[in-house]
Design a protein around this ligand. Sequence first.
Ligand SMILES: Cc1ncc(COP(=O)(O)O)c(C=O)c1O
Length: 422
Amino acid sequence: MEPRRACGFGALDSSPARRRPVRRKDGESAGYSAAMAENGRPASRTRRRTMQILKNPRRDPQLAPLPWSERMFAAARDAEAWLALCPSHRPTPLVRWQPWQDTGPTLWLKDETQRMRAGSFKALGGAYAVMQLALAAARRVEPGLGLRELVAGAGRAGPQLEVCCASAGNHGLSVAIGARLVGCRCTVFVAQTVPESFVQRLQSAGASVVRAGAHYEASMAAAQAHAERPGIELVSDSSWPGYTEVPLLIMAGYLRIPREAMDEAAQRGVAFTHVLVQAGVGGLAAAVGAALRAQPGDTRRLIVIEPEVADCLSASAAAGRIVEVSGPASNMGRLDCKRPSMIAYELLAPACDDWITLGDDEAARGTALLQPLIGSTPSGAAGVAAALLAWSDENRREQLGLTPQSQLLCFVTEQSQGSPIP
Ligand SMILES: Cc1ncc(COP(=O)(O)O)c(C=O)c1O
């Protein structure tokens, strides 16, 4: 069977994508602004609308030691104990998909759409960081307090801690869930553009919601100003010089995802050859990279996917330093980050094999093709879209070393919008 037709990418059209507000997790702090001043003007992106592959010029064949990975593993030390205390936690499915039957590679889809009944993989990150912050706060009053006692006596951390964040999507819900679990106050700042339904979801998870500003950056500035008061911690999933501990905890929470996938693959006798993961600021991709490369002699090909108008990680790799890009909004809204997280970039630069940039229509088409199996969004299905598209073209197959025997791990990172939250 002709792979191109089989996966439906021959029918891609090039109609202009619907615009959505840009989500920029960057531009968040004085530290960030100072970094930008050093790095000069952002590179401007226009739409090419077709997937591009860039072999990572920073790949380190020795891979050792990966920056930040040991600290991330150490930060994950309580993750298992914490998950055992979360009533809604269970491993997510690893779904086998053969869109080309036996004439093309096998896709393995790590389906994060129901993770902890929060609708996305993000449930593992912000909530875990909040738990660790709460434990540290409570131990200042009750030294030696255990995690179980903290959760059992939810409220213990209450007087010592409030957490806050800005959110345009899944992160705020995760922070709110974590705060509810440990009994501390949580304030989420959202821009005017955030739908009321999302505000209600946050409120039903126990957060106080403050509408602040016309766009994500304004809500982030409000969250930062709020966090200047004593006893209030900012929980951001991006990092910059001087702000690394909390994002490291968040990435430590994500580690569970690749570890589950690798454990299940081992049980089923599957050896992944390629791992495709989509990136916004890069936290998830860095956690995946750290987990893969921690296995001795790892040769799996790590491919990181970004929207073509928000290719901040691959542009940084090309430049050899962190850069900000600018460009129009992408329909991959949660990936539409114009500046990478510093620690994620530093870890991925030596660990990633290839960077892929994806056009909006390509991501939308991939989402539609995945729909009968798993309902998601262009952000959630970007890795799958890249895999489908890569196999549809002989040059790309060659560039990425794909064969019909390849076993590709992809991550479906959020459920489709409008899905009911259980
Ligand atoms: C659904 C979804 N997928 C992928 C990502 C990318 O994660 P990161 O920003 O850690 O790279 C995000 C980030 O918010 C997301 O919400």
